[in-house]
Every structure is written in C-alpha cells, then in structure tokens.
Write a protein that binds this ligand. Structure first.
Ligand code: BJW
Ligand code: ZN
Length: 252
C-alpha cells in the first residue's frame, strides 16, 4: 500500500492533511479518547466547555495548567517533521490540525490551520480579546481582562463553541481542492473537523487514513494505514521522493 500511495502522491500537486491528537501521542501528549486518553479520567463536558468554566473555573484552569506544563516538556516527532517537509514537496500543501499543542509549528510547519485554537495563548472569556498573560494561571486568582473585566481563559475551542469562521472557511476550501487528503491520528468524531475528509472525498480527493485503530471514517477511506504516524509518514515521504527521482531519469 505504501508504494501505491506514494505513486499517487508523487503525481499530485494539491495535498491537504488533517491531524488529531494521535500525531502527538508519540511525543508524549495524551490523546483524548481511548483507554489511555484524557477523557478516560475526566468527562469532556466537565472541563472543555463554557458551562464547566462558568461553574468551576478553578478546576478547568488546574487542568489546563497541568496540560501546559506537560506540553512545555515535549518535542515534535518524526510525524510532525514529515508533514512540515510536505510544504516544499507539493505546489499546495495545507496542514489542518485539531491539536492545540503547537507541535506542528515547532517541527517547522510554516502555515498551520489550527481549528481548535492554541493552548499556549489566553483570551478573555467575555469579550474574546487576546490577552497577554502568564501561561501558568493561579486557579484561585484568575486574572481578568483589562478591557471588560472578564475572566481569562485558554484560547481553545470548547464543545458547543463556534470555530473561527475564517479558519473553517480556509480548511473547507483546502478540503474541496485537495487531490489527496491525509487524515492522521484522529478519531474523526468531533465536528466540524470530522466533516473535512467527507467534503474532500465528495470533491474527488483520495482519502488516506493513518491510524492504528479504525474510525468511523475507515470504511470511506481509499487507504487505511494501521500504523503509527511517526513511523509511516517518514517512509511515505522518502518513497515519494524516490518515485519522483526515478520518473525524472526515465525516458518519457
Ligand atoms: C494514533 C497514534 C499514532 C493514537 N499515530 N494515530 C455534528 C454532529 C454531531 C455533533 C456535532 C456536530 N456539529 C457539532 C457538534 C457538537 C460537537 C461535536 O462534534 N460533538 C461530537 C463529539 C459528537 N462539536 C462542537 O461542539 C464544535 N463546535 C461546533 O460545532 O460549533 C457549532 C455548534 C455550536 C453549538 C451547537 C452545535 C453546533 C467544537 C468542538 C471543539 C472540540 N474541542 C476539543 C477540546 C479542545 C481544547 C483542548 O484541547 O483542551 O478538541 S475536544 C477534543 O476532541 C479536542 C480535539 O481536537 C478533538 C478531536 O480529538 P482527536 O484529535 O480526534 O483525538 P482522539 O483522542 O479522539 O483520537 C486520537 C486518535 O489517534 C485515535 O483514533 C487513536 O487511535 C489515534 N492514535 N496514537 C496515529 N501514534
Ligand atoms: Zn474582555
């Protein structure tokens, strides 16, 4: 399957990728779902929603402080690096991530569409203005916005919240135009992100899913690679490079 996908991608100029928590798992960032996932220990609606923040901002901030500390100590892996290298391998390569950890940028990706925000930024919970405050927030004394007095919260997208429309427009446009759409390390359960591969497929893209587990997307994918992204993506890239090099020297 590696050879077939490499052949297809070597001949493609417009490629997009959607990543999820699985791509950062090999860096040591816990995923959300599954036995080892964050939601095995915490209920999503108790931590990742405005209702939770209004009801108990202290617990929500303790959780984000813990995750920020964890993420500050991790490094991008070969999967992130392979996707960063894709930027120079195709005429157009769009990287869309649901992750808030910033590891794609750390790996060298210059343009990343962050659908669910970035955990390393803060904003005002009331007026939404970005706020330049310390990353470790005292949960007993949450700082407030200088403009409206609202509580400071992490600049991420919680359940029930709208995603930034400019960001989603860009992501859906890339999905519509892609010849190949890679879906990497996501359970493909959370919308609207999970709709992107469906839109891409409907518009004619070849869907390639890289995930050791099956997801609701698996039956629709043209290729499902049951491997870790940090292992498969670098091999895929080197095979694409080989295919292109061979084509150049072959008589036409
Ligand atoms: C590996 C690996 C390795 C492991 N290599 N792979 C349509 C239908 C149904 C519901 C909805 C709908 N539209 C909207 C909704 C509601 C809701 C939703 O989708 N709910 C579903 C869960 C049912 N969506 C929303 O609320 C969104 N807002 C919205 O739509 O606004 C409009 C609206 C408003 C009000 C009402 C209705 C509509 C917002 C969603 C925000 C999600 N936020 C979170 C938290 C972000 C902040 C934070 O991090 O703290 O985003 S939730 C969490 O899930 C996080 C993730 O980005 C997201 C996706 O998770 P992901 O990345 O897929 O991780 P996992 O853990 O699920 O999967 C990891 C995968 O990796 C697994 O498959 C492993 O096998 C694999 N893996 N190791 C490759 N080495
Ligand atoms: Zn404010």
């Amino acid at each position: 399957m590696l050879d077939t996908i490499a052949e297809i991608m070597a001949a493609s100029s417009v490629v997009a990728a959607l990543t999820g928590a699985g791509i950062s798992a090999e860096s040591g960032v816990p995923t959300f779902r599954g036995n080892e996932g964050l939601w095995a220990k915490f209920r999503p609606e108790d931590l990742a929603s405005m209702e939770a923040f209004l009801a108990n901002p202290k617990i929500v901030w303790e959780w984000y402080n813990w995750r920020r500390e964890l993420m500050a100590g991790v490094l991008p892996n070969d999967g992130h690096r392979a996707l960063a290298a894709c930027e120079s391998m195709f005429d157009r390569f769009t990287l869309i991530t649901q992750n808030v950890d910033g590891l794609h940028a750390a790996a060298g990706s210059k343009q990343v569409i962050e659908l669910h925000g970035n955990i390393h930024r803060n904003k005002c919970a009331d007026c939404n203005r970005p706020v330049d405050s310390a990353l470790q927030i005292d949960p007993r004394q949450i700082p407030t916005c200088g403009h409206c007095g609202g509580k400071i919260r992490p600049d991420v997208v919680w359940f029930g919240e709208m995603l930034d429309s400019a960001v989603t427009d860009e992501a859906f446009a890339a999905a519509e135009e892609a010849q190949v759409f890679l879906v990497v390390g996501t359970s493909a359960l959370v919308h609207p992100a999970a709709s992107l591969p469906l839109v891409a497929k409907r518009q004619g893209a070849i869907l390639v899913e890289i995930n050791p587990e099956d997801t609701p997307l698996t039956p629709l994918a043209n290729y499902h690679i049951s491997e870790k992204s940090g292992v498969f993506l670098p091999s895929l890239l080197s095979r694409i490079t080989d295919v292109r090099a061979t084509r150049k020297v072959k008589p036409s």
